[in-house]
Design a protein around this ligand. Structure first.
Ligand code: IVH
Length: 677
């Protein structure tokens, strides 16, 4: 394709076109929320641009969209002084406090009552400041202590929602834009799922994930995280007058300049309007794809900001954060019910008089365990405090004892399984109570639900209702029976048609190919979760080896504790379980673990040597990590070695690597490498 190499002039023109098209695509996507360019076309343009920039390095500028993939890592963040301090906000927790805020302000400037307010969402991310010179992004920083932040420019450049160049022509020569970097709930969940698959630690919530993604030394990591940005403030240093007459106008200008602005903001005429808007947002809060911890109410007219001043040099009076009340409500505990899970554990839960908490009707809440009920002295009929945080199952915090009437009933811990009446057992070192009967209908039901679940054998089209039908009709007595079901048999069941029956038979058929780790997990062996199942399957590779492993070998598997090893041993000793495995094998299930390759192969073609004691990974785990991502591990350092991964007490290999000029990595650097590229 020599003939198609463009001349320098042509290349320069094309580079402009491509950059324009790519930035327009980002703008349409992040600001206008109306994409017109397909992902494939975006990728094509991107690759063309990168190819031209490689051919003509002088055309590769800092603000090219190709730079969004992340520059080389740096060794530390530099401190930067903000042009004007990044202040924080005072809080209001209810309408009264909001009105008191207006009263205080009105004593300073009576006009606030008529100046209007802008109500914005307070997204729970991290505040950043973006410095633009002549419309180009030159620096990005964290808030830090408000006066001094950290320079994270290369990282912020990778966030596609942040414009590298502003659009339009009325752009001040020096300009600071402030806003919030955050992660959507969906982006957060998908990222965590990927991390589970890659055996990497997960993040606790979108806020931590966003902060952790931005404050890394390697921008290539930031580039892979699903980060977003909304701007809400303009600072023009040295300019006496405000950047626009009103906050509403500021947001409009930001949007015109190509900065994404949260579309949920609204200008209201007065505080009543603000309260109405707050109520609306409270209702839609559960449907938002990002987490907010409140709203920000801002005086719309910017001329008043100066006049109102700042409290204690820290909190400006012009705005206040309306924080949502903790998601707690009071309601009646109607009864305490019990579930028996697949392990036999009896799980108590609360049936509540339905109550609305943060826009959601709550009827059920978890009670953790029986000890907890006793400790809190919960009685049936009590008024109780119920908390609902985010998407987690609501929890009963405790009783409101001064509302007791005397008719409340103390709860008695059952002595028999509520489903099969077998006397329960209580292992000494556990708070849980168990039904020991492995044939208990409740245990079998949940065991089957678990076996077919997505993380186990992943048999689609077999929900709880079907599981119950299969057990009730006796078509399924153990897991192996599933594999002999026919479409004709399924058609006999209520709710099945020709299509759904055929689909289920096919998904059962397909599940035969699941690897050993999924099967081990699906069997529901006590203490064997997804992680332990993976560790075991990677170690033993085949069901035969797994079953033959004694206690010593099992507890020698790194990451598998004594308790788990004993449970696994006990499971495979049990004749009933051995027969189940025989039947599953006869049904044609795959019973081994492939050496899995990760989706991405960032280490492909690279040779590693490992030496010394690494801080968290043992030799086998480090080897696995490298091999799964395409790398090769060799025993000795040579000229063909790309990296030496060195831990504590590294000896001669480290010396040799230094002599040969082989790059040396620490364990965290290796992990970063796997995550990046
Ligand atoms: S205004 C004078 N508006 O909340 C302070 N802040 O304490 C100017 N935040 O970490 C902030 N959304 O990053 C403002 N629409 C919004 C906001 C917002 C989130 C964050 C901000 C800071 C904290 C304020």
């Amino acid at each position: 394709m020599k003939a198609s190499v463009p001349s320098h002039d042509e290349a320069a023109r094309r580079v402009d076109e491509l950059r324009e098209a790519l930035e327009r695509a980002n703008h349409e996507y992040y600001v206008l929320d109306q994409p017109t360019l397909s992902d494939a076309a975006y990728d094509r343009f991107f690759h063309e641009l990168r190819a031209i920039e490689e051919a003509y390095p002088d055309l590769a500028t800092e603000d090219s969209p190709t730079r969004r993939v992340g520059a080389e890592p740096s060794s530390a963040f530099h401190k930067v002084q903000h042009l004007a301090p990044m202040l924080s906000l005072g809080n209001a927790f209810d309408e009264l406090e909001l009105r008191q805020w207006e009263e205080r302000n009105a004593r300073i400037a009576e006009e606030v009552r008529e100046a209007g307010y802008v109500v914005e969402l307070k997204i729970d991310g991290l505040a950043v400041s973006l410095l633009y010179e002549n419309g180009r992004l030159v620096r990005g920083a964290t808030r830090g202590n408000g006066q001094i932040g950290e320079d994270i420019t290369p990282n912020l450049r990778t966030i596609k929602a942040i414009p590298l160049r502003l659009r339009g022509d009325d752009i001040p020569p020096v300009l600071e834009i402030r806003g919030e970097v955050f992660m959507s709930v969906r982006g957060f969940e998908e990222m965590n799922e990927r991390r589970v698959r890659d055996s990497l630690p997960t993040f606790a919530n979108p806020r931590n994930a966003a902060a952790g993604s931005v404050r890394v030394l390697d921008p290539r990591i930031t580039a892979q995280r699903p980060l977003r940005f909304y701007g809400f403030q303009i600072q023009e240093p040295g300019r006496g007058a405000p950047p626009a007459p009103t906050q509403a106008a500021v947001l409009k200008r930001l949007r015109e300049w190509g900065v994404p602005v949260n579309p949920q903001h609204e200008r209201v005429a007065d505080l009543d309007g603000a309260v109405r808007r707050i109520r609306e947002i409270e209702k839609i809060r559960p449907d938002l794809d990002y987490e907010i911890d409140g709203l920000v109410v801002k005086v719309d007219r910017l001329a008043l900001w100066q006049e109102l001043g700042v409290v204690g040099g820290r909190e400006p009076r012009y705005a206040i954060a309306y924080k949502f009340a903790p998601d707690i409500a009071t309601t009646r505990l109607e009864s305490i019910e019990i579930n028996v899970g697949r392990t036999g554990a009896l799980n108590p839960y609360a049936l509540l008089e339905p109550v609305e908490i943060a826009g959601v009707i709550v009827k059920l809440a978890t009670l953790h365990n029986f000890e907890d009920i006793a400790r809190k002295d919960l009685r049936v009929g009590d008024m109780v405090l119920v908390k609902r945080a985010g998407d987690v199952i609501p929890q009963v915090i405790g009783p409101v004892t001064d509302q007791r009437t005397g008719s409340e009933k103390r709860f008695r811990v059952p002595s028999k399984c509520p489903f099969c009446r077998t006397p329960v057992e209580r292992p000494e070192d556990e708070v849980a109570i168990y039904c020991p009967n492995t044939s208990c209908p409740a245990r079998i039901f949940w065991g089957l639900v678990h076996f077919v679940s997505q993380a186990a054998m992943d048999i689609r089209g077999l929900g709880e209702r079907t599981a119950q039908q299969l057990l009730d009709t006796g078509l399924v007595r153990d897991f192996a029976d599933l594999y002999h079901l026919t479409a004709e048999q399924l058609l006999e069941l209520e709710g099945f048609g020709a299509v759904s029956a055929a689909n289920l038979v096919r998904s059962i058929e397909e599940s035969r190919a699941r690897p050993l780790s999924r099967l081990l997990y699906g069997l529901g062996i006590r203490h064997v979760g997804q992680h332990a199942a993976k560790l075991l399957a990677r170690e033993f590779r085949t069901m035969d080896d797994q079953m033959a492993a004694g206690l010593e070998r099992l507890s020698g598997v790194h990451g598998v504790g004594e308790t788990t090893a004993q449970a696994v041993c006990a499971f495979f000793v049990e004749p009933r379980n051995r027969e189940l495995i025989r039947n599953l094998r006869a049904a044609g299930l795959r019973m081994d673990e492939p050496i899995e390759r990760a989706d991405r192969q960032p280490l492909a073609g690279l040779t590693f040597v490992i030496t010394g004691t690494l801080p968290t990974l043992n030799r086998k785990e480090a080897t696995d990590l490298i091999e799964r991502h395409g790398g090769r591990v060799s025993g000795s350092v040579s000229r063909n070695t790309d990296y030496l991964v060195a831990g504590e007490d590294a000896g001669s290999k480290l010396v040799k690597a230094r002599e040969l000029g082989v790059a040396v990595l620490t364990e965290p650097e290796l992990v970063e490498k796997v995550e990046s590229e």
